[in-house]
Design a protein around this ligand. Structure first.
Ligand code: NDP
Ligand code: MG
Length: 385
């Protein structure tokens, strides 16, 4: 397999660190690294991987990093502009975007503009700016390879599809998170620790809370609409508690193709990095006799309202999905800060959505404006209670 150079944005996070492990296993070089403020970890990564560039968004942390790694050949950059420069680093063939939140959108656009192949974990990029990103990717003839496990599964199930597609539907699987089977009454008093107790995956805090509210599945529905160019009505969400089937596609002849594997993000990360090839992986093998049984349930849309908020948002189009995403980023944060209860997350997003701007076309600046408005509405409504 051809050796590649990759840049990793969000290198200090859950996906970022697993991407580094995977890149090492594949024998790939690292051209650039970027994170928000974790100076200690990015310093260790710089000393081990010798990237050309490294960026921290936080200016003070970046100034500190610059002094710390002055003895290396790595150029230290700061701010979101620094992250965008890392995304466009000349030596990189592929950019792994593992930044959390819609802050990842500009770096994605910078990487696409520079003609890089994108291994995309940052789903908020497509939720907030799907139209901009996919349009530019087509213009620049750039591939966007999904890292999100469900989308990697769908992408794998679509390999070898007939030319006319004949795709009847996508079956997007969901673990159901830590609160599967609970009623709204039972969810009233749940704590952050309860929400972070995910049954199958160890991930960053934001996405773990999104999994507890099932907003994550709503965001993934929108992500799938953009990645696979399907109408939202063709995406069905099915709760699959074991997270062994990572998603499925159903063709017109009623044949259903599934992708299975242990719940380990290194599998989809590696596939995005080595596509279209496959090489041995760092992960364990799946033993179905050990798993024993696989179970499936309909989602509880009344309790977990965020899935329908997202479905409605993508049906309406324009800035609605960006608005839903930003309202969620704010409400998710406030729940993690102990400022609001768990059920308020969905309630506040629902309320904020009434203030979403109705436009069909938008720019990256419009998304930033919608972001500020959505966040301010969530804060305002949380104070009114
Ligand atoms: P983490 O919170 O573990 O890591 C986030 C990374 O992004 C860190 O490197 C962090 O830097 C950096 N970061 C935070 N804020 C900014 C910012 N404003 N600008 C630039 N960089 C920033 O998150 P995860 O790894 O869990 O998730 C990353 C993305 O991947 C998310 O979009 C998530 O939805 C998606 N994803 C994650 C999965 C998982 O298993 N974790 C599975 C599927 C998708 P610092 O450490 O300095 O704060
Ligand atoms: Mg996922």
């Amino acid at each position: 397999m051809k050796t590649e150079n990759i840049s990793i944005l969000g290198s200090t996070g859950s996906i970022g660190t697993q991407s580094i492990e995977t890149a090492k296993k594949c024998g790939f070089g690292v051209a650039a690294l970027a994170a928000y403020s974790n100076t200690d970890m990015i310093e260790r990564q710089i000393r081990e991987l010798h990237p050309k560039k490294a960026a921290l968004v936080d200016e003070r942390a970046a100034a500190d990093l610059k002094i710390r790694v002055a003895d290396t050949d790595t150029k230290v950059l700061s701010g979101i502009e620094g992250v965008c420069e890392c995304a466009a680093e000349e030596e990189a063939d592929t950019v792994v975007n593992a930044v959390v939140g819609m802050a990842g959108l500009r770096p994605t656009l910078a990487a696409v503009e520079a003609g890089k192949k994108i291994a995309l974990a940052n789903k908020e990029t497509l939720v907030a700016g799907g139209m901009l990103v996919t349009k530019k990717a087509k213009e620049k003839n750039v591939s966007i390879l999904p890292v999100d496990s469900e989308h990697s599964a769908i992408f794998q199930c679509l390999q070898g599809k007939p030319a006319n597609r004949a795709l009847k539907k996508i079956i997007l699987t969901a673990s159901g998170g830590p609160f599967f089977g609970k009623t709204r009454e039972q969810l009233k008093g749940v704590t952050l620790a309860d929400a972070l107790n995910h049954p199958n995956w160890t991930m960053g805090q934001k996405i773990t809370v999104d999994s507890a509210t099932m907003m994550n599945k709503g965001l993934e529905l929108i992500e799938a609409v953009w990645l696979f160019e399907v109408d939202p009505s063709k995406i069905e969400i099915v709760v699959h508690r074991e997270s062994i089937i990572h998603s499925m596609v159903e063709y017109d002849d009623n044949a259903v193709i599934a992708q299975l594997g242990l719940p380990d993000m290194k599998i989809p990360i590696q596939y995005a990095l080595t596509y279209p090839e496959r090489i041995p992986s760092l992960t364990g093998e799946l033993d179905l006799t050990e798993i024993g049984k696989l179970t499936f349930y309909k989602p509880d849309y009344d309790t977990f309202v965020c899935m329908d908020i997202c479905r409605e948002a993508i049906k309406k189009g324009g800035l609605f999905p960006a608005f839903a995403n930003s309202a969620n980023e704010q409400a998710n944060l406030m729940f993690r800060q102990g400022k609001i209860g768990f059920l308020q997350i969905g309630e506040l997003i629902e309320k904020a959505m009434l203030g979403a701007p109705k436009v069909s076309d938008y720019t990256a600046d419009d998304i930033d404006e919608a972001d500020s408005l959505a966040r301010s509405l969530v804060i305002k409504y949380s104070e009114k209670r």
